[in-house]
Write a protein that binds this ligand. Sequence first.
Ligand code: NAD
Length: 354
Amino acid sequence: MWTEFTYQALPMRVSFGPGRSARVADEVDALGLERVLVLSTPEQEDLATRISEALGARSAGVHPKARMHVPIDIAHVASDVARTRGADGCVAVGGGSTIGLGKAIALTHGLPIVAVPTTYAGSEMTPVWGLTEDGVKRTGRNPAVLPRSVVYDPELTLTLPAELSVTSAMNAVAHAVEGLYAPNASPVISLMAEEGTRAIVEALPGIVRDGRDLAARSGALYGAWLCGAVLGATTMSLHHKLCHVLGGTYDLPHAALHTVMLPHVVAFNAPASGALRDALGRVLGTSDPAVALWDLARSLGAPTSLAEIGMDAKDLPAVVRAVLESPYANPRTPSAENLRSLLTRAQQGDRPQP
Ligand code: NAD
């Protein structure tokens, strides 16, 4: 029962549906933009080129140089390209890495972003930017980097490989999980978190069976939108802190890392959060959401141990120290021993204990 809360809605427009990416030009026009730089990773250059061609004279060309965790030199080059081509906005076509590059440009030049997400990571819904320099990832919040318009086209996700589909969706569920017990949780955010998780959990088996199942893809992308909105509206806790330290320092694959860590953080936090137990209990039909999430990820072929995604056990003590060094919100305050045990279980790929 909610007795008090604060909720700040974020100003953005969302357009959702199969084929909607063909209408990116309408979004660009609605924002009054005349010359937009189209961003992508090298792997998604063909898609970005198609969108650039559909933009016609409104396009300042494609810059297909996005990379995971937005290395600072890549951000500087992209900002220079936006300036020299006279861009007045960006269209970021891709996952969190590409949208992150758009945010880096927005941070430098204040250019508005139209985001066309092709994964379930949720960056398009947040005012959070990240930049990596000398192996250290800095993040911050700035309303200037929040995309002004987001076009969700499930057809663009048909090519997302099965394993990345599962891990990226688990990344989205992690946003919902931490939104449920965030210090700035609110009733509308909790509804979005539960509904987003439900949509993803229902969609994933169909996607793994057939990656071209458009109904399942639509369900997962709808869930990802809601979970991303939860991330944008709340303060994240232990799970995101752990993943930030592990991913930023040891360059582990972002979505897979979230997938491995989530069940272990849920096992640690669930005893202290009725909101988490109730919402995940309804969605997963269980009194033990940690085990249910671990079983789900495993049954869908996702990695379940830090070891298999490249983490070396000898570095775990440094992770414990880094996580304890800076304070963050969490329903339970973890001791060094708690963190050691949680990370060791994740490292080994142990099933969470009921
Ligand atoms: P990603 O953007 O790095 O994409 C992974 C790979 O998949 C890339 O090669 C990409 O080209 C490819 N890909 C993406 N969509 C595809 C599709 N539909 N079909 C085929 N290939 C496709 O992965 P991600 O997990 O979306 O993003 C991770 C990054 O986003 C991390 O750096 C993370 O920190 C950041 N992130 C930021 C926020 C935020 O709020 N700032 C939120 C979530 C994630």
